[in-house]
Design a binder for this molecule. Structure first.
Ligand code: PSU
Ligand code: MN
Length: 306
């Protein structure tokens, strides 16, 4: 284990026995949802993973260490810190560790921690991607680069249409990241089950996903796989109404000059206000669903390793 990594004994034991473990990120807790819904969601995600027979491993940076597996006190510390915690992507990780800051890990930084710990499956809500207008702003999330690099399967509900979804899929193709649809032929658009854009392969069972993961990594093709799991139909929001809210949130962010790493948290908070909280309820539902599916994938993968 790496010197700056603290893995809880429960998770270390499970990994040593090839039992299923699911990594969970913390930026969605600190920057993606308001308190106390964020704390309730963080606890609910851990419970979903456990009830599906796997061990949850929420990741954050605290006191100069990458912590893999957080106790309730640590979850509460992150949830109450909110945006006072540093949002950590790949570039921020060494800074937060060396300075001892409290940090929440994005998809990119959580993938790095999962890889260091030996965790192959990670569940989140939505990944970062190519922003609308990236041809001018150059704003492309480091999540995409990390997917190209770190061998972890990321379960998500697609990406929000605050991003440019066709460009996001183009970059994933260029960087060699397989995009799988879980029981769907289409890449989901976070609040909606459909985007009109195809995935590379539909998988109907955890075993089909696990077979692709194992084959990729056995070939020495390092890097991640994106598993897109649509929001449950009962929780889906109206696509036209969301598009309107997203355009308004983008216009507001633009007029306030918000850029860089602040843009995604700002847009999420704007959407929550513009939809009277409906976006938050959908977000909580889809991320729980992803945690359950993540546990099933981790279980299928560990069956191939034993
Ligand atoms: N998209 C969401 N919710 C989130 C994020 C993205 O729907 O909470 C967070 C994730 O942690 C993701 C990060 O990794 O934002 C991407 O930020 P950026 O675009 O600055 O790389
Ligand atoms: Mn960015």
């Amino acid at each position: 284990m790496h010197r700056v990594l603290t893995v809880t004994p429960e998770i270390a034991d499970a990994l040593a026995d090839h039992r299923p473990v699911v990594a969970l990120e913390s930026t969605v807790i600190s920057h993606g949802m308001p308190y106390p819904d964020n704390l309730a969601t963080a606890r609910a995600l851990e419970a979903e993973v456990r009830s599906a027979g796997a061990i949850p491993a929420t990741v954050a940076v605290m006191d100069g260490r990458i912590r893999v597996g957080l106790d309730d006190e640590a979850l509460e510390r992150l949830a109450t810190a909110g945006r006072a915690a540093r949002k950590l992507s790949r570039r921020d990780l060494p800074i937060a560790l060396a300075t001892g800051s409290l940090g929440a890990t994005t998809v990119a930084a959580t993938m790095i921690a999962a890889r260091l710990a030996g965790i192959a499956v990670f569940a989140t809500g939505g990944i970062g991607g190519v922003h609308r207008g990236a041809e001018r702003s150059f704003d492309i999330s480091a999540d995409l680069d990390e997917l190209a690099r770190s061998s972890v399967c990321v379960v998500c509900a697609g990406a929000k249409s605050i991003l440019d979804l066709p460009k996001t899929l183009e970059v994933l193709e260029t960087r060699g990241v397989p995009v799988l649809g879980y029981q769907t032929d289409e890449f989901p658009a976070f609040y909606s089950r459909r985007s009109g854009l195809p995935v590379d392969q539909r998988c109907d069972s955890p075993a089909e996903v696990a077979a692709i993961l194992k084959t990729k990594w056995d070939l020495g093709l390092e890097g991640g796989v994106l598993l897109a799991n649509p929001i449950p139909a009962a929780d889906e929001l109206d696509a036209d109404a969301m598009e309107q809210a997203i355009e308004q949130a983008l216009a507001e962010a633009d007029s306030q000059g918000i850029t860089g790493k602040a843009i995604t948290p700002h847009l999420l908070a704007g959407l929550e206000r513009l939809t009277q909280g409906r976006s938050l309820i959908a977000n909580m539902a889809l991320i729980r669903h992803n945690a359950r599916v993540g546990a099933a994938i981790a279980t299928a993968l560990s069956a191939l390793k034993r």
